[in-house]
Ligand binder design. Structure first.
Ligand SMILES: NC(=O)c1ccc[n+]([C@@H]2O[C@H](COP(=O)([O-])OP(=O)(O)OC[C@H]3O[C@@H](n4cnc5c(N)ncnc54)[C@H](OP(=O)(O)O)[C@@H]3O)[C@@H](O)[C@H]2O)c1
Length: 266
């Protein structure tokens, strides 16, 4: 799991252990550094899991390969079966004045990291290649154009892997509350809300995980808490994405069993 010591990463790592995962490698540039990180590892270990914390940069292919080989060569660690790519560095550069180094910074952890993982795990017989993308990839955000591009890359990589017969799911996630880089950042969540998105609590995201992990034919899915009429009024082009929904329908929610939008007209 890359970025596993971040906000969503720690919640997901705990969830995975609660649902039976017994060997989890967590990779980030700073490793298990904070008290919160240590608490997460202690929790996971108390539930019977082995946690391997690596200090590595996912953008550095050599260092990533070394980390993967370390896991592969340890006879006490079972074969690598799942990748969860959550690493991110946020760059708030506007599309009108972003420079090359800002764009490179925004793309590095997400896109370069995902490509490295894709290239280095071809022979591993993975069951899961899970990428955390963002609703920003579909609903745009000119004030974070590098972030939008990085997430679009993840979505395209998932499609590419499907065409190669490889597992992949890129989840375009709504703004999350409870944990993560948006927690407490009211300005950023206001921007998302203006686009018609309400936030998702981390527990709502985790509740969807079993369905997401079973999805085999879908390469990209949006997991959002949205008010369709607001999304439409925010931007006509984006609104067209929801035009198939009947007029007057105000409330939509994802049917967790069938991955379908359920609408009512209240
Ligand atoms: N939070 C939200 O509302 C939200 C909404 C939609 C999508 N997402 C997506 O969900 C994912 C997780 O978000 P989050 O809120 O949990 O972010 P976060 O708390 O900022 O955590 C990001 C993690 O990425 C690691 N990282 C950054 N660059 C790295 C690199 N080059 N190599 C390895 N690790 C690296 C960081 O650790 P180090 O600094 O130690 O490397 C950190 O642990 C991201 O992909 C994000 O785009 C989040």
């Amino acid at each position: 799991m890359t970025g596993g010591f971040g906000g969503i990463g720690q919640a997901l790592a705990r969830w995975m252990v609660d649902h039976g995962a017994r060997h989890i490698a967590i990779l980030s540039r700073n490793g298990c550094m904070t008290t919160e990180n240590r608490r997460t590892v202690a929790y996971m270990e108390s539930r019977g899991a082995k946690v391997y914390a690596f200090t590595a940069d996912v953008t550095n292919k050599t260092s990533l390969e070394r980390t993967l080989n370390h896991l592969r060569e340890n006879p006490l660690i079972p074969a690598l079966k799942g990748i969860f790519h959550l690493a991110v560095v946020i760059d708030n550069s506007n599309v009108l004045d972003i420079n090359e180094s800002q764009l490179e910074r925004a793309l590095a952890a997400k896109s370069r990291g995902a490509l490295n993982l894709h290239e280095l795990t071809h022979e591993d017989g993975l069951d899961i290649f899970f990428l955390l993308s963002s609703v920003a990839a579909t609903w745009e955000n000119p004030e974070q154009c590098g972030y939008v591009a990085a997430n679009s890359f993840l979505d395209a990589l998932a499609e590419h892997r499907h065409r190669q017969g490889l597992p992949a799911l890129s989840v375009q996630l709504d703004a999350v509350r409870g944990v993560g880089f948006l927690e407490g950042k009211t300005k950023a969540t206001e921007i998302v809300k203006r686009k018609g998105f309400l936030t998702l609590h981390i527990n709502e995201v985790l509740r969807m995980m079993p369905r997401l992990l079973k999805a085999r034919v879908i390469a990209v899915i949006t997991l959002g808490n949205m008010v369709p009429d607001n999304v439409q009024s925010a931007d006509d082009t984006c609104g067209q994405l929801l035009n198939h929904l009947p007029d007057g329908h105000r409330h939509c929610q994802l049917d967790e069993q069938n991955f379908q939008l359920q609408c009512d007209s209240t």
